[in-house]
Write a protein that binds this ligand. Structure first.
Ligand code: COS
Length: 400
């Protein structure tokens, strides 16, 4: 097992960290007060080659691995989880197309968005007011009309929705088939795609989410991704990949909490010594550091599996819930270690705590992640030989 990064990976990791130190961390607090789309930072990230990393070379992208993406997500997440979400969100929007679309479709619909001088955005449209955790309950309809489809419905919590030029929409072509009747479409922005309510969030204010309303949006039939009925599988395969990206942002937040708390614990003196010398604080820092390190390893492993073509539903779920729980716990502990300073807006960690909360919710709540992991463990156990052979009776009592 080789834990070292290749030269190319190391360079990307260093570049993303340097970008964060210069363009993200110093501005994140000020930007979130504006509560608007952080256009300038995103432009710089685009110019620095930190966006659209996973688009294949045949469609004008750099064709990098998911593992490489996690370096950028962790580095930018260290600076600001909201900005990282904004910068990395094209991954979520375009992964369903990389998973299910043909190279011709990618060249026609995605290449023009990623090769210009300015960043352009896609937006992933799965969630609806009545279809969150129950992703199969989508009410948006797509009806075939000759050589076109007509899309009607309202999506919500759409990241980068107001900025998007292309929407990746999950709509039902056969509602009676539930998840098997869901299909995936590329819907270019038009007069029939409208921005609805823009959400006002507690944290991650440097990323924008809105409703997107589709009103008789007509699209050519070549905007169907894969076949009719492939939508749910495409959405789930996408989330298996992108949850590793969220875990990477969470790892960045978890590590930042360790670093800010440790810096403070070294310089803050009480009772004649730095507070870091008290075991009550140093043990907390040790647990925080271990959580961030474990989050990083699980995240990179889940991404590596996807890059090898190994199904990683269970491992990306582990990474997502472990890393985002680590981010939340570490941010809360950092606030505690910094005491009154931790609770003030002028200091970095109250923002970490607000930002971390969303990591436990979006791209599948951590309860859904545990559901996915638990059902995979149960399925695998059916064929597992633990070496201890017992038969369970009907009343579940072990029989030797
Ligand atoms: N990869 C490929 N196929 C998958 C899959 C995956 N990761 N997960 C499920 N499927 C398939 C199943 O194999 C099943 O196919 P068959 O009927 O042919 O066996 C089908 O999809 C339905 O699966 P399941 O019965 O598990 O679906 P449920 O409706 O019970 O939902 C959960 C499963 C809860 C896991 C899913 O709805 C989910 O992930 N919800 C959270 C959605 C989410 O993350 N939203 C945030 C959006 S991004 S902001």
């Amino acid at each position: 097992m080789d834990y070292s990064l290749s030269e190319k990976e190391q360079k990307l990791w260093e570049r993303a960290k340097a970008f964060t130190l210069e363009h993200i961390t110093p501005h994140a607090h000020e930007l979130e007060k504006k509560n608007e789309f952080p256009k300038e930072v995103v432009q710089k990230a685009f110019e620095a080659g930190l966006m659209n990393l996973h688009i294949p070379t045949e469609a004008g992208g750099p064709g990098l691995s998911l593992l490489s993406e996690t370096f950028v997500s962790e580095a930018t997440g260290y600076g600001c989880a909201g900005l990282a979400t904004t910068i990395m969100c094209n991954n979520l929007a375009f992964t369903p197309l990389v998973v299910g679309a043909t190279t011709e479709q990618l060249k026609k619909y995605v290449e023009p968005l990623i090769t210009g001088k300015e960043p352009k955005f896609g937006a992933f449209c799965l969630t609806e007011r009545g279809a969150g955790s129950d992703a199969g309950a989508v009410a948006t309809r797509a009806v075939r009309d000759g050589d076109e489809y007509i899309i009607n419905g309202v999506k919500c919590y759409t990241t980068n929705g107001p900025q998007a030029s292309l929407f990746t929409v999950f709509a039902s072509t056969q509602p009676e088939l539930k998840t098997k009747g869901l299909s995936c479409f590329m819907v270019p922005k038009s007069k029939a795609t409208k921005v609805g309510h823009i959400e006002n969030k507690m944290g991650q204010k440097n990323s924008i989410q809105s409703e997107i309303i589709f009103e008789d949006a007509r699209i050519p039939k070549d905007c169907l991704v894969g076949k009719e009925g492939d939508g749910f599988r495409i959405a789930m395969t996408t989330l298996d990949k992108t949850r590793a990206g969220i875990a990477a942002i969470a790892t960045g937040v978890a590590q930042r909490a360790v670093d800010e708390a440790a810096k403070f614990a070294n310089i803050r003196h009480q009772f004649g010594q730095s507070i870091g010398r008290f075991q009550g604080i140093s043990f907390m820092l040790a647990d925080m550091g271990a959580r961030a390190a474990a989050a990083r390893q699980l995240t990179r492993y889940a991404a590596w599996m996807a890059d090898q073509g190994i199904r990683n539903s269970k491992d990306s779920a582990y990474a997502k819930f472990l890393a985002s729980d680590a981010a939340m716990q570490n941010a809360t502990d950092a606030v505690q270690i910094m005491g009154g300073y931790g609770y003030l807006e002028e200091y970095p960690v109250e923002k970490l705590m607000r930002d971390a909360k969303l990591l436990q919710i979006y791209e599948g709540t951590n309860q859904i992640q545990r559901l996915v992991a638990g059902s995979n463990i149960l399925r695998e156990s059916a064929n597992l030989d633990t070496g201890f052979h017992v038969k369970y009776s009907g009343r579940d009592a072990p029989v030797m």
